[in-house]
Design a protein around this ligand. Structure first.
Ligand code: CA
Length: 424
């Protein structure tokens, strides 16, 4: 635990009871202000806090941060690369400055107007420049559901699944921030009763409810991260909607795995919530049986109790919740994923992103994709406007929400919002 987690802490900035951003959160993101200036920022309640202005006013002078200029950068990478101890000092200082009893900024109209912006007056930007992107497949329930649907219900899990945190290298250029609209992709698909493929718009666009972690420390080629040290390399987490075109995926994925069905847009929530902020929400993961190989073995609470909801909002209509899952269901945890990613000597960089894989829970309403929720379209979901969905339709907006809650403190991620536009 660290002081920033103290449940009794309150800010002089107003925080609504159901806000994802109390003073205990202090996530990091990048904002564009109304005057066009781009700044690294944090958020309390409905106000963003400009980190460049905090540095400019001397509030980080004694923290060993010589150059405030990297808080003006387009991405958080340079700030993250300072290392966990510096990142922690900055979070702790923000906590002090905005604590209810601290008059320093609270009593200065000039400083307040320079530092604070209402959330509706800024545009949220992509928080990091993503170097490499890996997507795992680490939910037992998800892998089992997919195996049941597309292979053998009796042998739903492939033999390697309980031994390897299965993953693939994805594409980073199409990872975009919440609020970015994504066009329905075109591609090759093949009907079961047809010998040759067709070309056209995907008919089966889906979301995948995931979380992604971002690495905050680099390694050299040849290095492996020991599983017990993996958390030192993890800066924080975001919500991650790994949009997928199921019909394109089904035709293309043999033998090398998904390709164009997964890289037409993956969407992240804009605020990176640090592992420090999530510390109070640690829980044990599921039992791993059979025992995993020694390089993946570790003890302690390595999963996090984070509630995850997905809503679908047809254009001009009310949103309907279609899924409630939880990050704690993950069979393979982030430490094991990172240890496995690097066990062969693969080097990692600051700002790399690692998707968890679709996070499905044990209950049918906790499945993390339409593919599973509607069981490959055989059980359509009824929305509150009376229409039905098997997959995502044009102009539907997919909204993901994530939050942890304990002792009256709610640490949230905000929303990850994507509208699916008609094919371009
Ligand atoms: Ca995925």
């Amino acid at each position: 635990m660290n002081n920033t987690n103290e449940p009794n802490l309150q800010s002089w900035i107003e925080v609504q009871k159901d806000s994802d951003f109390p003073i205990q959160n202090i996530p990091f993101g990048v904002i564009r202000k109304k005057n066009g200036k781009i700044r690294c920022a944090t958020r309390i309640g409905n106000y963003t806090i400009d980190l460049f202005e905090l540095a400019n006013h001397g509030y980080f002078n004694d923290l060993g941060i010589e150059d405030a200029a990297f808080f003006k950068k387009r991405y958080l990478n340079n700030f993250i690369a300072l290392g966990k101890s510096s990142n922690r000092l900055v979070r702790a200082r923000i906590s002090e400055l905005f604590e209810k009893g601290n008059p320093a900024i609270r009593e200065s109209i000039v400083e307040k107007s320079a530092i604070l912006n209402h959330i509706t007056d800024v545009q949220m930007m992509m928080p990091v420049r993503v170097g490499d992107y890996t997507d795992f497949y680490s939910s037992l329930e998800h892998a089992t559901n997919i195996g049941k649907m597309f292979r053998d219900p009796e042998k739903a899990l492939l033999p390697n699944w309980r031994h390897i945190p299965v993953g693939y290298h994805g594409r980073s250029s199409s990872i975009v921030v919440s609020g970015t609209d994504v066009h329905r992709p075109k591609g090759q698909t093949k009907k079961d009763d047809s010998a040759t493929p067709d070309f056209g718009p995907s008919k089966l666009v889906d979301f995948e409810l995931e979380m992604a972690f971002i690495t905050g420390k680099s390694t050299q080629l040849g290095d492996s991260i020991p599983v017990g040290e993996a958390e030192d390399y993890i800066f924080g987490l975001v919500l991650f909607n790994d949009l997928s075109a199921r019909d394109i995926q089904k035709w293309e994925y043999v033998p090398l795995g998904p390709f164009l069905s997964k890289n037409f847009g993956s969407v992240v929530s804009p605020w990176i919530v640090t592992l420090d902020a999530l510390e109070p929400f640690r829980v044990s993961g599921p039992d791993q049986n059979p025992q995993v190989l020694p390089y993946l073995r570790l003890t302690g609470k390595r999963n996090f109790d984070i509630n995850l909801d997905v809503l679908i909002e047809p254009e001009g209509k009310k949103a309907t919740k279609v899924c409630s899952s939880n990050f704690k269901y993950m069979y393979w945890n982030m430490c094991q994923q990172l240890a496995h990613q690097t066990v062969n000597g693969c080097n990692i960089n600051v700002g790399d992103m690692y998707g968890s894989g679709t996070i499905s829970g044990p209950m049918p309403d906790s499945f993390g994709s339409m593919l599973e929720l509607t069981w490959n379209g055989t059980k359509p979901i009824k929305l509150s406007d009376g229409t039905e969905r098997k997959f995502i339709e044009d102009n539907d907006t997919v909204i993901m929400q994530g939050w942890a809650e304990k002792d009256g403190v709610r640490i949230g991620f905000g929303e990850c919002v994507t509208k699916i536009l008609p094919v371009k």
